[in-house]
Structures are given as C-alpha cells and as structure tokens.
Design a protein around this ligand. Structure first.
Ligand SMILES: [Zn+2]
Length: 473
C-alpha cells in the first residue's frame, strides 16, 4: 500500500486504513437463523463482531442449515452480541463454541438467564432433527453448558468498547423480556441491528426505544407484509373460548410458545379471573420449559412494563392465580386427564410438532366439547398447520386421531411488530440506508419498498452469504 499517495489524496491517513463490512451469514430472506458478522478493520487490527447465532427452523423439521459449516471461521470471532433468547437467535451458539470460538459474548441479564433454559430445549430440537435427517446433531448438551460460560451481562444504555472506536450499546427492543436492539458505533458510523422488534404497545415489557443518529438500520421483517389483531381482540377470543368450554364442561387446548406468548396468556387469564370476567376455571400449564421461563420473568421485574411490575412487586403475581397448576413431571400429565371439565391445558410446543401438547391433542381432539386455540404462526407441514387448514383426521405419533374439536386461531398475542409497527420504527429512526433481514423474501421486499417509498433512501434486501461494505467517508 502506498501511504504517501493516500496522504496526498486528502484523506486522513488513519481513515484510509479503516473499513467496515457486514456479512449476512444467515437470517436474510429467511425468518430464522439470525447470524450477521460485522468486521471493523483499523490497520492491522480487526474486530469481528457477530450479532446473534440462531437456529434455522425449517418446514420439515430436518433443517440442514444447522449442520452446514459456518461461512466464517468461529475461531476468528472476537465478540458475540445476543439480541434476545429465542432459539432462532441463540440456538447455534454451542456449535460456534464447539467449532473454535473463544471470544467474549454479551446479553442482557434476562437473556443471559434465559439462554441456558432455551439451549436445553434446542439440544432436544436438534437431536430430533438429526434423527429425522439420519445425521449427527451439530452439538450436544456438554457444548451448550460450555457455551453459556462465555456470556457476560450487558445493560441497556451502557456502551461496551471492544477496540478503539468500536463500541456497542443495547437498547430495549420491546419484543420479549430482556430483548435488545444493538447499536454499533464503528469509527463514528452508527449501525442499528433490530433483532426482533416488539409491537406498540407491548403486552408485558416496556415499549421499544428509538436510538438516536442511526445511519444504517438493519431491520427485521418477519411480519413485513401483515397486520395483527390487537391484544384486546385476542384476549376476547381467548375469553370467548373459555366461556364455551365452561358451558360444555369441555377442554380448551392451547399449544404454547414458551417464551413470552405463554406469559402473555397467563397474564390475560389472571386479569380476567381477578376482575371476575371469567370464573376460576382449572388451568394446567403442562410445560417444564414454560415454567422455568416464567420464573425468569418473576426474577426480573425491572424489565417488565410498569403496570405488570407494580402488580408483581405488590404481591399479585401476574403469571399465577389459585386455579393454575403447573406440571413439571411427565406423570403429572396423566393427572390432568383425571381432572373433570371444564379445564384449560397450556402445553408446548406451539406448532404441535413435538412436546406434551401432542398427547393432549390425541386425547381431547376427538371430543366435540374441546376447543383448540392456536395462538401463533403454524409452519406448513406442522400438526398445528394441518389442523388450522381444516384436517379432520390427523396422525399423532402413529395413531389416527379424528378431530371433532372446534379449531380457532388468533394472532394478537404475538410479541412481534407487524407491518405498520415496522414502518413506524423505520420512520422514527430516520436512517440514511436500510437493510431488510429476518423475513421471507415476499415480506422483506414488501417492507423494503414501503420504506424506500416513504423515506426516499436506499434500501437493500440482502441474500445469505452477501457482504456489504459500509463507506467510511
Ligand atoms: Zn424473537
């Protein structure tokens, strides 16, 4: 390199030695598998920062993306920053460690507390996937245990410095407990990764913040082309279903997403029972994962919305009520059957592709007095999706089950920003350039066109494996 020429060109000597690039490794034109590599070069010194290291979750639950080698060398990664604890943002971190990562990792206090719980579940998911694909799982529980040792705590609003001129600040994303957007400041360039963004108002956590002076916005687009019902509409759907099964002495089945959505549903039931809108109906939460996750919510009241926090600190647990029974051991699942109706059973997994909900579905779907309430996205091919699409005979673990139950679905319990929430966030941030990620192509391009049209700025929808250079001057 000819240093005198650079100096003569009018550039400052040290700026000519700097560069910033972003590799969209995974999670581009795809909802899951969040994984982005930012490289900050300053002469001989390079800082490599990963944003998230998530599981890819595919349609057939045989996801080869999780077993492919990383598109970078894990041993060269200095820093990993986690936006939040959903598996599609943290679930491949043990593989990164297994494949040579020895740097530092940061997450907010609730995310740090949730990661071991969620990884324990991810280990089971990838083992099941590997079995279905007739392949080796990408990591084992020992790798997960080793991985969590690397994680240090980050605080909202407190800047972490990794190298001269290379910093990161976590801000509340309003998505789930402890969720964060991550603002990188690299040589004066401000780059914001949204992770998953919450809707406004958020059900349980404070509303998302809007960081100032962002130049590059790298935004999720999971629901870039869809709008959700309001939380109130979904609460009404839930309470109507409860009233139906009280009338029929039947069972309300809710396949649960364990992190955030289950807690939103528990808080909705608690509020309705406390206010006398519904009587004290028996509720069984048959999910050890959801039980552990809910305990983390109780331990981090400062990360909850003010009204929920006040209830919790005042001794009225928003996630519990006298008629709630939490089953942790499998044999307690049988005791639920012996309980006469009416009753509500909340059990994982949310799309009924595994977990304890399947045995309850096998037992209760044939009964006309049963209502199945689907509260989240059902991927094509899943049992939940087949039921949602009207299948009246389904195969559950080798047994033909006639579904005579009423099947309902509602999307207002979602902790995700919808099309309008995402657009509002982009408008409020007011960046100079946007990259749209973490959404299917259709959803991402729809949001990209809208942002480009409204803000009149360049917007890209990168593909996995593409690298963008951020100009320094
Ligand atoms: Zn999420």
């Amino acid at each position: 390199m000819n240093f005198p020429d650079v100096a003569l060109s009018g550039l400052r000597y040290d700026d000519s030695m700097k560069s910033i690039s972003i590799l969209f490794a995974r999670g581009a034109r795809r909802v899951t598998g969040s994984n982005f590599l930012v490289e900050a070069k300053n002469g001989e010194v390079t800082t490599r920062i990963l944003i998230d290291c998530g599981l890819a979750q595919g349609e057939r639950f045989c996801e080869s993306a999780n077993r492919e080698i990383f598109s970078y060398d894990p041993a060269t990664i200095d820093i990993v920053l986690f936006t939040h604890a959903h598996a599609d943002h943290i679930g491949l971190f043990p593989k990164l460690v297994k494949n040579g990562f020895t740097g530092r990792a940061f997450a907010t206090a609730p995310t740090k507390a949730l990661i071991p719980i969620m990884l324990e579940d991810s280990v089971k998911i990838i083992a099941l996937e590997a079995k279905r694909c007739n392949d080796e799982p990408p990591y084992a529980i020992e790798d997960a245990i080793r991985a969590v040792e690397y994680i240090d705590e980050a605080t909202y609003g407190k800047t972490l410095e990794f190298a001269p001129g290379v910093t990161a600040t976590f801000h509340n994303a309003g998505h789930i407990l402890g969720s964060a957007t991550i603002l990188l400041d690299i040589f004066g360039k401000k780059i914001l990764f949204t992770g998953d963004l919450g809707r406004v108002p958020a059900a349980l956590v404070p509303d998302r913040e809007v960081p100032a002076d962002v130049e590059y916005l790298i935004t999720e687009s999971v629901y870039g082309n869809k709008t959700h019902s309001s939380l109130e509409e979904s609460e009404q759907a839930l309470l109507s279903a409860v009233k139906v099964i009280i009338g029929s002495q039947g069972t309300l089945l809710i396949p649960a997403f364990s992190l955030e959505r289950t807690q939103i549903i528990l808080a909705s039931l608690d509020k309705a029972i406390t206010n006398g809108v519904i009587p004290e109906v028996a509720v069984f939460m048959d999910s050890p994962l959801a039980a552990k996750v809910t305990d983390v919510y109780r331990k981090h009241p400062e990360f909850l919305r003010a009204d929920i926090r006040t209830r919790l600190l005042g001794g009225d647990d928003p996630f519990s009520f006298p008629s709630l029974k939490v089953s942790v051991h499998p044999d307690e699942s049988d005791a639920i059957d012996r309980h006469p109706g009416p009753k509500i059973i909340i059990a994982g997994a949310g799309m009924s592709h595994g977990g304890r909900i399947r045995r309850h579905e096998a037992k209760y779907l044939p009964q006309k007095s049963t209502v199945l309430l689907l509260v989240g996205y059902q991927v094509p091919g899943s049992l939940g999706r087949r039921l949602k699409d009207g299948a009246r005979t389904v195969n559950i673990d080798g047994v033909e089950v006639k579904a005579r139950a009423t099947i309902l679905s509602t999307d207002g319990f979602s902790a995700h920003a919808d099309r309008d929430d995402l657009m509002t966030f982009a408008e409020n941030v007011n960046p100079k350039h946007v990259f749209v990620i973490l959404g299917e192509t259709e959803s991402a391009t729809f949001l990209a066109q809208r942002i480009a049209g409204f803000l009149n700025i360049p917007v890209d929808v990168p593909r996995e494996g593409e690298t963008y250079e951020i100009p320094i001057v």
